[in-house]
Design a protein around this ligand. Structure first.
Ligand code: PPS
Length: 385
């Protein structure tokens, strides 16, 4: 080995080695101390035992995280393991966004979290973890992942990559647990997360308001009929044996009675869900992003979102290109990378062909709810043309 040969030929004197060791030690000591103080959080503290427990719980939950949105019935979780096949198909899978890379729990515990998961990490781990000031609360299959990925390009946005599901599934873990999941932010940076099931969780508005009444809320909405088909397509990809979309849509196909208890249908009654949020938040604290325009004009929608969040308009047309193979806009450079980035294969799935009569029946069903929604939001989304 070249290195050992040099040693043999020209061994350093003992005093030279000692001097070098002392110099190296004095250089490394402050860095190690800084690392301990800023990154590991091992300062003696009376709350250490409980924060250790919280870290343990975080570790465990990261394993359990589905990183996706569950098909939750409004106000009631209808998932039952012993439910018949059709019922399980209706309530949908526990897991989603399976392509999202979660770091192994030991890395999370050591805070060596990949930049993709934790957002922009400064080399010295400066900043502190804060509760989110803005949330993408829905809707499932609306384009929430695309919006978050695009927003993360902004230097003043730091976001959790996975879906924390705090305000629906893990609320009893407490706000400290939630805060611990957040990436560190510097002064002026906004902490964000996205969990699309919040929009249809009855308790979420009160819980979020209890965290902070000033929380900014973003909802990506999409034509409820296409959204329902997208939702069904996702379930089908995991459970190919489920009944057809057409049969799940109706309580009674002959009478044409729609099954509004099927979460794929129910999530799309946006006006009804929004009503619940308006009991706790004023309209000007909620931004509605068009899922359709997020695809046809991502920079335009991102402009509105940046304004809403009080951010400088940094994300512009220059950040996107249309990927013909994917059929969607992609980022020229992903956050923390110099490479182009499209969303994974679970985004932009091919939908099955649905009987046009059933589609029309659903259009008729949603029309009055859509009209109400346009009226409430003051924005015409054009789903009923
Ligand atoms: N840029 C880009 N690339 C890929 N996909 C895009 C993009 N913008 C929006 N979309 C649409 O996002 C749909 C998935 O929505 P969500 O990310 O909200 O889904 S989830 O609820 O988190 O599972 C997904 O739905 P499907 O097409 O049905 O798969 C896409 O249509």
């Amino acid at each position: 080995m070249a290195f050992s040969r040099i040693h043999k030929l020209d061994p350093p004197s003992r005093s030279t080695s000692r001097k070098a060791a002392v110099m190296l030690g004095s250089l490394l000591a402050p860095l190690i101390l800084l690392h301990i103080l800023t990154d590991r959080g091992t300062l003696p503290s009376p709350v250490k035992a409980s924060s250790d427990r919280a870290a343990e719980r975080t570790k465990r939950l990261l394993y359990e995280w589905t990183a996706g949105s569950e098909m939750m019935s409004y106000g009631a979780d209808r998932r039952t393991s012993g439910a018949p096949a059709e019922e399980r198909a209706r309530t949908g899978p526990e897991l989603e966004e399976e392509s999202l890379q979660l770091p192994p729990p030991d890395l999370v515990a050591a805070r060596k979290v990949s930049p993709r998961f934790a957002g922009k990490v400064s080399p010295l781990g400066e900043g502190s973890k804060k509760l989110p000031r803005a949330l993408i609360i829905g809707v499932k299959k609306g384009g929430t992942r695309a919006l978050l990925e695009f927003l993360r390009v902004h230097p003043d946005v730091r976001a959790v990559g996975a879906e924390p599901h705090f305000f629906d599934r893990h609320y009893t873990n407490g706000l400290e647990w939630y805060r611990e999941l957040m990436p560190k932010t510097l002064e002026g940076q906004i902490t964000m997360e996205k969990t699309p099931s919040y929009f249809v969780t009855r308790e979420a508005p009160a819980r979020i308001s209890a965290m902070s009444r000033d929380t900014k809320l973003i909802v990506v909405v999409r034509d409820p009929v296409t959204r329902a088909i997208s939702d069904y397509t996702q379930t089908l990809s995991k459970k190919p044996d489920i009944p057809s979309f057409e049969s799940l849509t109706f309580k009674n196909r002959t009478t044409g009675l729609i099954d509004t208890s099927w979460s794929a249908i129910q999530i799309g009654i946006y006006a009804k869900h929004l009503d619940n949020w308006l009991q706790y938040f004023p309209m000007d604290q909620i931004l509605f992003v068009s899922g359709e325009r997020l695809i046809s004009d991502p920079a335009g929608e991102l402009g509105r979102v940046q304004d809403f969040l009080g951010l400088k308009r940094i994300i512009t047309d220059k950040h996107f290109y249309f990927n013909q193979t994917k059929g969607f806009p992609c980022l020229k450079k992903a956050e923390g990378s110099s490479k182009p980035h499209c969303l994974g294969k679970t985004k932009g799935r091919t939908h099955p062909n649905i009987d046009p009569e059933v589609v029309q029946r659903l259009r008729d069903f949603y029309r009055p709810f859509n009209m109400k929604f346009y009226q409430m939001t003051g924005r015409f989304f054009g789903w009923d043309d």
